[in-house]
Design a protein around this ligand. Structure first.
Ligand SMILES: N[C@@H](CCC(=O)N[C@@H](CS)C(=O)NCC(=O)O)C(=O)O
Length: 196
């Protein structure tokens, strides 16, 4: 959900946030299932136009609203951005957020024991994710090119969680470009405005 909000913030689009608890004890609220039959978040409405799936939402926001472009026009840069988005969505999110951050940081916060086996199994996979993201990223302060793209917006919410885990320090050790990127990106206005 934070990815879509970051897109709106970066493009300076006014929006109204409606919170939906898809993890509610009684299940996903019925009215939400009408918006998203798979019971996930985010969903997006613009007038009478309704969307779900983050990839469709952020590309629509980029195309439909004025402001900075979140997708490069150069074919190679655009392909690399899409490759990164794919890696973040398909591999990094589950490993860095659910297997490491939730298991190490959220479990401690909730007073339950971490599943050490799950964390240990995730570490080699996390290392591949991070080294690939580092290899593919440019050195201009954004992951791709010299301005914010969808790659930054997909990566930032994942890193905001993952970097809280003690495991992040050694895993990130050799990822100099990613470290530099995160130090800068974490301080953006869009990040503080989407913290909660
Ligand atoms: N493919 C969907 C995935 C959305 C998704 O998994 N959202 C998570 C929150 S980040 C969710 O709704 N989880 C609830 C659940 O798994 O039941 C997208 O990109 O929008």
């Amino acid at each position: 959900m934070r990815i879509a909000r970051l897109a709106l913030e970066e493009k300076q689009v006014n929006y109204r946030l409606v919170e939906v608890d898809v993890f509610a004890e009684n299940g996903v609220p019925q009215e939400h299932l009408k918006r998203h039959p798979f019971g996930r978040i985010p969903t997006f409405e613009h007038g009478d136009f309704h969307l779900y799936e983050t990839g469709a939402i952020v590309r629509y926001i980029d195309d439909a609203f004025p402001g900075c472009r979140l997708q490069p026009t150069d074919p190679k840069a655009r392909a690399k951005m899409n490759q990164m988005v794919g890696i973040l969505d398909a591999y990094a999110y589950r490993t860095l957020v659910w297997d490491i951050y939730v298991e190490r940081v959220v479990s401690a916060r909730e007073g339950r024991l971490a599943n050490e086996q799950k964390i240990a199994a995730a570490l080699p996979h996390a290392a591949v994710c991070l080294s690939e993201l580092d290899r593919l990223s440019d050195e201009a302060g954004f992951l791709i090119g010299g301005s914010v793209t969808l790659a930054d917006l997909y990566a930032a919410p994942i890193f905001a969680c993952f970097m809280q885990a003690p495991e992040a320090a050694s895993l990130m050790d050799s990822c100099e470009k990613l470290i530099y990127w995160w130090q800068r990106f974490a301080t953006r206005d869009s990040m503080s405005r989407t913290e909660s």
